[in-house]
Design a protein around this ligand. Structure first.
Ligand code: HEM
Length: 207
């Protein structure tokens, strides 16, 4: 099989495209978690709640597209190699964590879209107040769509909590690489040149 083009930048980092997609998705997901929890549990007046639901749906569909682009990029570009000193078990755990994150990044927006499509209220989705967005097929016309809506809502909600747990582990791992191991892994997804100068960076190795 021909080797994938490398996603490594010139200092053992991800490329600019990979970084841009990573940070669009990361910021989008943080916003969605915050907005989702406030709109559901914030006790807001109905009009404000409606606005937040529309904003949540708009950012959620945008994130879905960014995640699809990111997946395509990731599947066609190899990630920079991990340090040779990293134990096998840690590599496997990191790999499994990344797969779980991708599954949730893709699954949560689709589940949310499913909730809206099966909703008894049939409230139209208009992205950012401008773009009318269709429901998913089949769900709006199902006989017992209230059952489907209940199941999808529960999966979306518990999936969001699982996402929070995985994000906490992901950020914890990044901080460990940055402040305990000092192995350069944490800087590979960061634009700042100083943060990214690592023992893996060719410029540092020469020094
Ligand atoms: C990565 C993407 C997403 C994340 C992280 C996310 C997160 C959340 C969270 C944290 C909640 C509150 C759950 C609760 O405690 O009850 C929520 C609720 C909701 N989300 Fe999302 N969401 C995402 C994508 C979407 C999308 C794309 C849509 C629709 C197009 C959507 C529609 C909804 C709806 C309708 C609810 C309320 C469900 C209910 O009535 O309980 N979400 N979301």
């Amino acid at each position: 099989m021909p080797a994938l083009p490398s996603a490594v930048g010139n200092a053992g980092r991800y490329t600019t495209v990979a970084m841009i997609l990573h940070w669009i998705v990361a910021l989008g997901i943080l916003a969605l978690l915050g907005i989702g929890l406030i709109m559901k549990h914030g006790g807001l007046p109905p009009q404000r709640m409606f606005q937040l639901f529309q904003l949540h749906k708009s950012i959620g569909i945008t994130v879905l597209f960014a995640v699809i682009l990111r997946l395509i990029w990731r599947l066609t570009h190899a990630a920079p190699a991990l340090p040779a000193t990293m134990p096998r078990i840690e590599r496997k755990t990191a790999h499994a964590g990344h797969i779980a994150l991708y599954a949730l990044m893709l699954g949560l927006p689709l589940l949310g879209w499913g909730v809206v499509s099966a909703s008894a209220f049939s409230i139209p989705t208009v992205l950012f107040g401008e773009i009318p967005w269709p429901d998913l097929p089949v769900l709006p016309n199902m006989d017992h769509k209230d059952v489907a809506e209940g199941i999808l809502t529960a999966l979306h909600k518990y999936g969001a909590w699982l996402m929070i747990a995985l994000l906490a582990a992901h950020i914890g791992a990044v901080l460990r690489h940055r402040f305990v191991l000092h192995d350069g892994v944490a800087g590979r997804m960061i634009f700042l040149p100083r943060f990214s100068k690592t023992p893996h960076s060719p410029s540092v190795r020469k020094a």
